[in-house]
Design a protein around this ligand. Structure first.
Ligand code: NAD
Ligand code: MG
Length: 359
């Protein structure tokens, strides 16, 4: 097992990572204030891994809530249903909520914890690779609104994150690869040594070798924790975490949400960002090639789907731009391990990166 501390003053918390952690009540105990617990999970995760969590919580009064599976349920209605169950169970402010599932469950449940009686403790027990390296760390919680993704939410840091890598054994391969995309992202934006380590361990990671998986998650969480500690509420540096995301969002939206997984689109978006950085003379060709090679070895596509034209990209990216006060900002690379956010790039470099229309 490896443990990492997220340094946020009074809101600091540990992240425990390893195999078999759902069998370790001692990791949970220090973070439980009372006997009363509420578990929020979903219909997919509960039958696969719920027994181990139930055994871990033996002796506690547990309110067990299973949501339907899917991003479509990341709504205020789901939050309200959780709050109703908590009120019915007469849970007080000393109760603790445990979020047990992927990023969707973590975001919904974390938001319920943020607002129930103005905020109660919560613990993240993430079960997808993406949630283990990304969404469970950093304290962003929330739900979607019909007018926009993640538009309703709160910052609410967990008391602890407990990552049992054994849960990944049941994760579909596409979901695994989507998580690996976000792992590669950390190497690209700020840790060249981690990137080189991934070049040596990517196949072992995809095969879920226990030690390699623990190490990859640990180093990813360390990168995210460092960025979050420097910029808890995203006023600056935290935006670097969006490498590949502007292109990626265009792919996700353009193909219809759910067709491409978020991480799959981010993988392709990072390859596009690398090519654009090379166009601008920032990234050396050999480094661009290294970036593309690793993304490809992770089983992710280097190019967007052919049906998305440059015109369509421009339209879709204009939506992102509106959200950012009229200026399109992109995360680009000076080198592997060194990224910058910039709104100042030649339009030619962008055009050369988008799909070329046939002549
Ligand atoms: P997800 O939660 O939808 O999980 C993907 C699928 O895997 C679901 O069907 C889920 O039920 C299933 N699943 C979960 N654990 C499993 C397991 N161990 N075995 C088999 N199946 C399992 O998706 P995700 O990729 O984990 O998270 C995406 C969500 O996270 C999005 O809503 C996104 O907005 C959010 N997110 C939040 C942050 C943040 O900082 N809060 C960061 C990144 C992403
Ligand atoms: Mg992401």
């Amino acid at each position: 097992m490896r443990t990492l501390d997220v340094e946020l003053g009074p809101r600091s918390y540990p992240i425990h990572i390893g195999s078999g952690l759902l069998g370790r009540p001692d990791l949970l105990a220090p973070h439980l204030r009372g006997q009363r617990l509420v578990v929020v999970t979903n219909e997919t995760v509960a039958p696969l891994h719920g027994d181990r969590l139930r055994a871990l919580l033996d002796g506690h009064a547990v309110t067990w809530i299973e949501l339907p599976d899917g991003e479509a349920y990341k709504t205020l209605a789901s939050v309200e249903s959780i709050l109703t169950r908590m009120l019915e169970a007469r849970l007080d402010r000393g109760s603790t909520l445990i979020a047990f599932g992927g990023g969707v469950v973590g975001d919904i449940a974390g938001f319920a914890a943020a607002i129930y009686q103005r905020g109660i403790d919560f613990i993240q027990v993430p079960t997808t690779l993406l949630s283990q390296v990304d969404s469970s760390v950093g304290g962003k919680t929330g739900v979607n609104h019909p007018l926009g993704k993640n538009m309703i939410g709160a910052f609410h840091q967990p008391r602890a994150v407990i990552i049992d890598t054994d849960t990944l054994a049941t994760l579909p391969l596409r979901e695994l690869r989507a998580g690996v995309a976000e792992i590669i992202k950390y190497g690209l934006i700020q840790d060249v040594d981690f990137f080189a380590w991934l070049e040596n361990h990517i196949e072992a990671l995809l095969a879920l070798d226990s030690q390699v998986t623990t190490e990859a998650i640990y180093r990813s969480c360390a990168c995210k924790a460092e960025v979050v500690a420097a910029d808890e509420r995203e006023s600056g540096q935290r935006a670097l975490l969006n490498l590949g995301h502007t292109f990626g969002h265009a792919i996700e939206a353009g193909m219809g949400y759910g067709q491409w997984l978020h991480g799959e689109a981010v993988g392709t978006g990072m390859a596009m960002a690398a090519r654009m950085s090379e166009q601008m003379g920032w990234l050396q060709p050999a480094e661009r090639e290294r970036a593309e090679k690793l993304i490809e070895r992770a089983g992710l596509a280097l190019s967007p789907p052919p049906e998305l034209t440059a015109e369509r990209f421009h339209e879709l990216m204009a939506i992102d731009k509106k959200v950012m006060d009229g200026r399109l900002r992109l995360v680009l690379l000076h080198a592997i391990g060194s990224a910058v956010v910039t709104g100042d790039f030649p339009p030619d470099a962008l055009d050369a990166t988008l799909p070329q229309s046939e002549v």
